[in-house]
Design a protein around this ligand. Structure first.
Ligand code: ADE
Length: 255
């Protein structure tokens, strides 16, 4: 019997494009306007898919992966804006918990709480988090081999660090100092902000599925967040994601 696949989900085309060659010969299944690429990486069954951007796109993708493709674990990759002090462009964040920063049904429910679930924070799978953090650290240690020192220096990346903790998600590209300061004040533990992770977390909690979210910091969620965004994904984040996923699958044969 073939083992259920591990799902790797990207929000952006550039990242999926970087991961596809690792998959080898793949079958493509089309569902819900998405293309699910089913193959294997280092002997492990894998399904790769582009989710699209935002919480609804991510939630739809996660539900299809779990229900239709019987994915045994989901890993969401991509970029995020750094929020907490010390979370710099080029760093990598592995989420231990996720929260929707734009969820607000107050005064009916406490701010950030997902109505009727009784919770605002959703935990990622601890074993997956550990394994991905290990892979990310190994890749950061050889950043020059992965992205090249020219690119690293061009983006001002120096001694990139790995962080683990809270990632917050919302249907908003945070692109002003005022917005990011407001988020930091409301959610001082938040390391980074993106647009999909907490939606995946909520769907996975509903289905009891294992998941993790790993993000390369592309910007500081401030007034210059959009500058170089696409080029960063092409030149840095895609290469990191590819290297981290390959390293993780190689080092966790019994996953
Ligand atoms: N993904 C990458 N940077 C982001 C930002 N500043 N806001 C939301 N999502 C992001």
């Amino acid at each position: 019997m073939t083992l259920a696949p591990i799902a790797i989900v990207s929000a952006m085309h550039e990242e999926l494009r970087a991961l596809l060659p690792a998959l080898g010969p793949a079958r493509v299944a089309r569902l819900g306007g998405r293309e699910f690429h089913c193959g294997s990486v280092h002997g492990q069954a894998v399904v790769l898919v582009l989710s699209g951007i935002g919480k609804v796109a991510a939630a739809t993708t996660a539900a299809l992966l779990i229900h239709e493709f019987k994915a045994r674990a989901l890993v969401f990759t991509g970029v995020a804006g750094g929020l907490r002090r010390g979370v710099k462009v080029g760093d990598v964040v592995v989420a231990q918990q996720l929260l929707q920063h734009d969820m607000d049904a107050s005064p009916l429910f406490p701010r950030f709480e997902v109505p009727l679930s009784g919770r605002s924070h959703f935990e990622a799978d601890a074993r997956l988090v550990d394994a991905l953090a290990g892979a990310a650290q190994r890749c950061l240690d050889r950043a020059d081999a992965i992205i090249g020192s020219d690119r690293r220096l061009a983006f001002g990346i120096d001694s990139a660090q790995l962080h683990q903790g809270l990632i917050v998600s919302g249907d908003q590209f945070v692109s002003s100092a005022a917005q990011s300061t407001a988020l930091r004040t409301l959610l001082p533990d938040a390391l980074a902000v993106e647009m999909e992770g907490a939606a995946v977390a909520q769907v996975c909690a509903d289905f009891g599925a294992r998941f993790a979210v790993i993000r390369t910091i592309s910007d500081r969620a401030d007034d210059s967040a959009h500058v170089d965004f696409k080029r960063f994904i092409e030149d840095v984040a895609s290469a990191y994601t590819h290297a981290i996923i390959e390293d993780w699958l190689l080092h966790t044969p019994s996953f």
